[in-house]
Design a protein around this ligand. Structure first.
Ligand code: 13P
Ligand code: SF4
Length: 312
């Protein structure tokens, strides 16, 4: 079928054809927490970038359909080189990942006297290849804390996650001036407004938020950390969620008895929303949108990811 034909089908029918093709082709769907709710329903594994990287490394399926953004699918391919990884929309990038290039990183390394480089997974494989170790939002503190004390550490590209990891680990980091525009534009005013509207709610924010916003929060966590907190914090039945709205929608659907409020309604990652049911069905049928990692960088990029995974 063509994409135009898929676009005409109602949601339930798309779900049925995707389920059928998934079985026929032995495909597995890895889906990030920020995806549209109807795409989240396709997931064999749903989670944050660390959980999805671990699922990609573990799966025995020959075909991985990655619903997220490009660096995440590339990470899946690096950790599962024999599998075929496809994306329903390969144009779904991460603007923050584009804020550091291998060339700009090499220049900075020379300028700072050859520091170690800790790279957030929100980077291209080419940047990971120039880095010593990767981290995600859920393990950045542990990764930074594991690095030797006799060398400088350059953290790329998110200055907000880097500053959080530095504060929590007590390590000095050289911060790259990158940021996620979705989280970076959440302000202390948003916090004040949300606290006034929901005075009993607990505030949990993503470490990509600015330090002054994180300082106002009751908890700071990755997207899967937020899911766990809302599930497990006994006696807390009202939350303000400081991250992208896909996760807020997931939590509201999963906990109809709890008050789940977005910290900022405007926190929408347009790239995460590029994946739709129709594109997923079309990509699966044609096994289109394959992710290929250039040989020249794959080995070194994989090493940086494996060093992170080895920390547990
Ligand atoms: P998580 O790893 O917490 O899911 O975050 C990924 C991301 O891109 C946040 O903007
Ligand atoms: Fe990138 Fe921000 Fe979107 Fe996450 S929310 S994928 S960091 S632009």
């Amino acid at each position: 079928m063509t994409i135009e034909e898929y676009l005409k089908l109602p949601g339930e029918e798309l779900h049925r054809s995707i389920d059928r093709m998934k079985k026929e082709r032995g495909a597995v769907f890895l889906v990030h927490n920020y995806q549209r709710l109807e795409v989240q329903r396709l997931a064999d594994h749903i989670g944050d970038s660390l959980a999805l990287a671990q699922a990609a490394a573990r799966t025995r399926s020959r075909l991985i359909v990655f619903c997220g953004v490009h660096f995440m699918a590339e990470t899946a391919k690096l950790l599962n080189p024999d599998g075929k990884v496809i994306m329903p929309d390969t144009g779904a990038g991460c603007p923050m990942a584009d804020m550091v290039t291998p060339e700009s990183l090499r220049t900075a390394k020379r300028g700072y006297g050859d520091p170690m480089v800790a790279a957030y997974v929100n980077t291209s494989a080419a940047v990971k290849a120039e880095s010593d170790i990767c981290c995600t939002s859920s393990n950045a503190v542990r990764v930074v804390g594991s690095l030797p004390r006799d060398r400088g550490i350059l953290f790329v590209p998110d200055r907000n996650l880097g500053s959080y990891a530095a504060r929590m680990s007590g390590r000095d980091l050289i911060l790259w001036p990158g940021h996620c525009f979705v989280h970076d534009r959440i302000t202390v005013d948003d916090v004040q407004k949300a606290r006034e509207e929901h005075p009993r709610a607990r505030l949990i924010v993503h470490p990509e938020c600015r330090p002054e916003v994180a300082a106002q929060a009751d908890e700071v966590a990755s997207t899967s950390g937020m899911v766990k907190a809302v599930q497990e914090r006994n006696g807390v039945d009202e939350w303000i969620i400081g991250t992208e709205t896909g996760l807020v929608e997931q939590l509201a659907a999963a906990h109809p008895g709890k008050g789940i409020h977005p910290l900022a309604e405007s926190a929408v990652c347009r790239n995460m929303k590029l994946t739709t049911l129709a594109k997923a069905a079309w990509a699966l049928e044609h096994e289109a949108g394959e992710i290929i990692v250039p040989q020249a960088v794959a080995g070194r990029a994989r090493l940086a990811l494996e060093r992170m995974l080895a920390l547990g």
